[in-house]
Design a protein around this ligand. Structure first.
Ligand code: HEM
Length: 484
């Protein structure tokens, strides 16, 4: 029976790293040549041999960098569809929105969304300034904690989500705004219950299990709250924004989307740019752009608590190359290779989206001696690439930023570093995400020393795995380096 290489895990089924890896080592695929009798065999320890069938749908876990390149880049044209997703179904929105649509709808939405984000200057100064505005408010909030223990995840999530607000509606919300608070809290609850949604994607009957064991009702309720709140916010924005390009004051995603929609309609072109796809794409941007970035920031602080020497090196670099007298800008990135390496190592080790998002084959594909039929669900096991000892060495499970530095201390580019995945479905917000990670984390370390609440009992390095891998809740002290 052929076995794909690399460690593997199935999203949502295991949360303990040890168990994940034990299962990973024993994960096999049975793909009958030319057979559409689809099934997956999962071997837990030999004595507890266990089979899991996902109805008649074949599920293939793609592991290892070479398999990723082959499947998602070289064969990307036919491996970039999405299977049916409960998140969309739960709010009666079928295959809408940039994250979950497939085929021509997805292509048009992805291209329109990317164009709009580029108009905003994704990866350049204009958007960087919006992120800096939000970082400034975030820093104020952290200063006000006066070194008392706080749950950083909560503060960070609210601020990161507001970066998306500045794109979607052209302004940031006060952290106390009740509607904004409710949107962010609902996003958090959806993220928390996404493990259940993943299971329902494979086995739809699970949503009927009494007691809401797979959180179907919770997801449905929270997704509806998010959608309804965003519909209200969009309609208010449309009635107050008369015109303006993305970069103008008052410019926003909604306006740019509408402009593209009407240009296409006026030119008599068929378009999927309509109300439903706009609302769902906005929901998608909030969902995809919040938990990913905020969890990475919190993972970084958590790793640092376990490696105080790394924090000292970050402080030394910042103090020497930038100082404490001015806020950081995106141009400072080139001056701070050590911090750059810390951010990359955090993304690698935290593996924030461990199984990426599900893909589906549009046509039959052949992978070496395997034939993978049309309609097969592909689970991209990003974790297997980011933690592969053959790529990263025997210390792959350790936090070691130096692996991203050369002997002169310059940042190294590693082809296998793919936390945003690769291929046509590669993260649409990659440039924004990288910019946020740098601007948030550099400002945080410039201003604060992060200290554990109890140096003898460090918070656990244990993830809570849903679609994203979130650190188990912990408290930390943010000690102000400017006013010691
Ligand atoms: C640390 C930050 C982030 C990480 C690690 C990350 C990772 C990912 C991954 C692994 C995927 C799935 C790719 C696939 O299906 O093969 C994805 C998709 C996506 N991400 Fe991100 N992401 C991050 C930040 C963001 C941000 C800030 C945004 C907001 C603009 C965003 C928007 C999206 C969208 C819209 C998709 C779906 C793309 C599509 O289906 O065509 N992401 N991301």
């Amino acid at each position: 029976m052929p076995q794909l290489s690399g460690s593997a895990k199935i999203q949502g089924l295991w949360s303990s790293t040890k168990l994940r890896h034990a299962a990973a080592r024993n994960l096999y695929y049975l793909v009958h040549r030319r057979s559409h009798l689809a099934r997956m065999l999962l071997f837990l320890p030999p004595t507890q041999k266990k089979r899991i069938y996902f109805g008649s749908t074949l599920v293939v876990v793609v592991s290892g960098f070479r398999s990723f390149k082959e499947v998602f880049v070289h064969k990307g044209a036919v491996t970039s569809d999405r299977p049916r997703m409960f998140m969309n179904e739960a709010i009666g929105m079928g295959e809408t929105g940039v994250v979950f649509a497939s085929g021509s709808i997805w292509k048009e939405l992805r291209s329109a969304t990317l164009q709009i984000l580029k108009e905003f200057g994704m990866g350049t100064n204009w958007l960087a300034e919006r992120v800096q505005d939000e970082v400034a408010c975030y820093m104020d909030k952290l200063v006000k904690t006066r070194g008392e223990p706080i749950n950083l995840q909560h503060f960070t999530r609210v601020s990161v989500s507001n970066v998306i607000s500045s794109i979607i509606v052209g302004k940031r919300f006060s952290h106390e705004d009740p509607r904004y608070k409710e949107t962010v809290e609902s996003l958090m609850r959806v993220a928390e219950s996404s493990r259940g949604a993943t299971a329902i994607n494979f086995l739809p009957f699970l949503k009927y299990i009494p007691g809401d064991l797979f959180k179907a009702k919770q997801i449905q309720f929270n997704m509806t709250v998010i959608k309804d709140l965003l519909v209200q916010i969009v309609s208010e924005t449309e009635s107050t924004t008369a015109s303006g390009s993305a970069k103008d004051k008052g410019g926003n995603f909604i306006f740019s989307y509408r402009r593209k929609e009407s240009e296409k309609k006026l030119a008599g072109k068929r378009t999927c740019l309509d109300d439903d796809n706009m609302i769902k794409t906005i929901v998608d941007l909030y969902a995809a752009g919040t938990e990913t970035v905020s969890s990475t920031i919190v993972w970084c602080v958590l790793f640092i608590l376990h490696s105080p020497d790394v924090q000292s090196k970050i402080h030394d670099e910042l103090d020497f190359k930038v100082g404490q007298g001015r806020p950081l800008t995106i141009e400072d990135q080139a001056r701070l290779p050590y911090l750059g390496a810390v951010i990359k190592e955090t993304q690698r080790l935290a593996s924030t989206v461990p199984f990426s998002l599900l893909h589906k084959t549009r046509e039959e594909i052949t992978l070496g001696k395997f034939v993978i039929p049309e309609g097969t669900i592909l689970i991209p096991n990003l974790d297997s690439v980011l933690h592969d000892p053959e790529i990263w060495g025997s210390d792959a499970e350790k936090f070691n930023p130096e692996r991203f530095l050369d002997k002169d201390g310059a940042l190294i580019h590693r082809e296998e570093f793919i936390p945003f995945s690769i291929g046509p479905r590669v993260c649409l917000g990659e440039a924004l995400g990288k910019m946020e990670l740098f601007l948030f984390l550099s400002s945080m370390f410039q201003r604060f020393q992060f200290v554990p609440t109890d140096p003898l009992k460090l918070p656990m390095l244990k993830p809570v795995i849903g679609i994203t891998s979130v650190p188990t809740s912990f408290e930390v002290l943010c000690v102000d380096r400017f006013n010691k």
